[in-house]
Design a protein around this ligand. Structure first.
Ligand code: HEM
Length: 449
């Protein structure tokens, strides 16, 4: 008599909040049978179970089926039944929100149509020019120094200011938003105050645009019938969804180019685009993202039986690297799973704006500081559960002259650079003493004369 084959051994129970966990390595070395199933049980924090989806096939099955898998965190049982304590960071991360990504059904359709319609109003062809101008503004804040940290002084500043500009904010409003965001990220004692300030800035901007419409994302949402609070919530969603991934895409692309000393090669537009493409496939800027929640009991997925209200986590990093190992995409394939799929997938224009910002951001830095070089070997990518990026990327370069004049001198077109002040040099007052906040530093530089 032959006996049935042994079931595969269970995977090690990974705890996604473990700071010592190198999640990409742990996942890429899982036995193949777990990839055949498509998902593994994990813990988000001690005692909080979840399922991590680790293949494209599994992601597609779940993300494209909104009837059986909700996006709205109110469907997540453990968030409400006491399993996740009130003091857990998860409670702070997933409160009920009224943005397109956090609701389902007719409400989602209404908000998504307003957001995607508003994105269509942005002239994509103008984005590279706007990114270049914004990049110039930021580079001017450090270019006389001859050294900088690409992450904190450039890559983490650029996407936020570009988004604020696409929202229709002027330079000073963009910097105020940046400063509030910085205080939030720093997680200081006044984070609660910073959050309220950010909310006030966004709703104030919506009201301002209602009185003074333009051609921007905010005005686009107004014309599609959203009220000011709804606009505030969609703008906050876009910042939260887009900022970090774009920042890490810029940093990863620059690090890859500088490490191989290829940034200075002729025809670098093509080279930058290919490096960016390779980087997003191999090191997607989002490693994981919560989540989807079964709406019925007993769904079968990969041989596991799910309960209603379980939490499914999108394992974009594992899924993309698995795809590279099994069915590598062609060289021009830009259908990155990391932008999601199905009804809540990143809008096509969100994706295009992100890629255009990252590409132009790298190109413009190279044009402004052509002999950019690493001042030390870049640190490893963060082996974080959420982000596949770097904390710092110190570079040196020949000090260069700023291109932009202080904002006060050209208020009418406040994001535009004007010709460089003639006497600018490495020792003039345009480089203020370093402060903790890059945005504050930038604002001070712009106010200086
Ligand atoms: C590298 C940059 C970006 C990445 C990796 C990214 C990724 C994603 C992913 C994975 C989702 C779906 C999440 C889910 O299904 O639960 C999403 C949704 C979304 N993204 Fe992006 N995104 C990026 C940039 C942007 C930009 C620049 C915008 C807008 C200007 C944007 C706007 C949105 C919106 C509005 C949604 C919600 C869509 C809905 O729920 O219907 N994203 N994004």
């Amino acid at each position: 008599m032959t006996s049935a084959p042994d079931p595969p051994p269970p995977p090690p129970l990974l705890r996604l909040d473990d700071p010592a966990l190198d999640l990409p390595t742990a996942l890429d070395t899982l036995p193949e049978e777990h990839f055949q199933r498509g998902l593994i049980p994990v813990e988000l924090e001690q005692g909080v179970p979840a399922w991590l989806m680790i293949t494209l096939d599994c992601l597609q099955r779940v993300l494209k089926d909104e009837q059986r898998y909700a996006r709205d965190p109110r469907a997540w049982h453990d968030l409400w039944n006491g399993t996740i304590p009130a003091t857990s960071p998860l409670q702070a991360l997933y409160p009920p929100r009224r943005n397109a990504l956090s609701v389902d059904g007719a409400e989602h359709t209404r908000l998504r149509e307003a957001v995607t319609g508003a994105l269509e109003d942005v002239a994509l062809s103008r984005v590279p020019h706007q990114v270049s101008e914004t990049a110039d503004l930021i580079v001017d804040g450090f270019c006389t120094r001859g050294e900088a940290d690409v992450v904190s002084e450039y890559a983490s500043v650029l996407p936020l200011l570009v988004l604020c500009r696409l929202f229709g904010m002027d330079q000073s409003a963009g910097l105020r938003v940046g400063m509030a965001m910085q205080r939030l990220w720093d997680g200081q004692a006044d984070a609660g105050h910073a959050h309220h300030q950010l909310q006030d800035l966004l709703i104030g901007h919506a009201a301002h645009r209602r009185a003074h419409p333009g051609r921007d994302i905010t005005t686009g949402m107004i014309t599609r019938g959203l009220d000011d609070e709804e606009i505030r919530d969609q703008l906050a969603l876009i910042m939260a969804a887009a900022h970090d991934p774009i920042a890490h895409t810029v940093t990863n692309t620059l690090a890859d180019l500088l490490q191989t000393s290829r940034l200075h090669m002729v025809g670098s537009t093509w080279l930058i685009s290919e490096t960016l493409n390779h980087g997003i496939w191999h090191h997607p800027p989002l490693e994981t993202l919560v989540g989807r929640f079964p709406t019925v009991d007993g769904l079968e997925l990969g041989g596991y039986r799910l309960r209603r209200g379980d939490c499914l986590v999108m394992g974009f990093g594992a899924a993309q690297r698995h795809q590279l190992r099994t069915t590598p995409p062609g060289p021009s394939n830009r259908a990155y799973p990391v932008f999601g799929m199905g009804p809540h997938g990143c809008p096509r224009l969100g994706r295009d704006i992100a890629l255009s910002t990252a590409q132009t951001g790298v190109e413009r830095l190279q044009q402004r500081l052509p002999d950019l070089r690493l001042s030390q070997e870049p640190a490893q990518r963060r082996a974080s559960t959420v982000i596949a990026g770097r904390r710092a990327l110190p570079v040196t370069f020949t000090p260069a002259r700023p291109l932009t004049a202080p904002a006060a001198t050209h208020q009418e077109n406040p994001w535009n650079p004007s010709p460089a002040p003639r006497r600018a040099s490495a020792s003039n007052s345009t480089t203020p003493p370093p402060t903790r906040s890059v945005f504050a530093k930038l604002a001070r530089w712009l106010r200086s004369s």
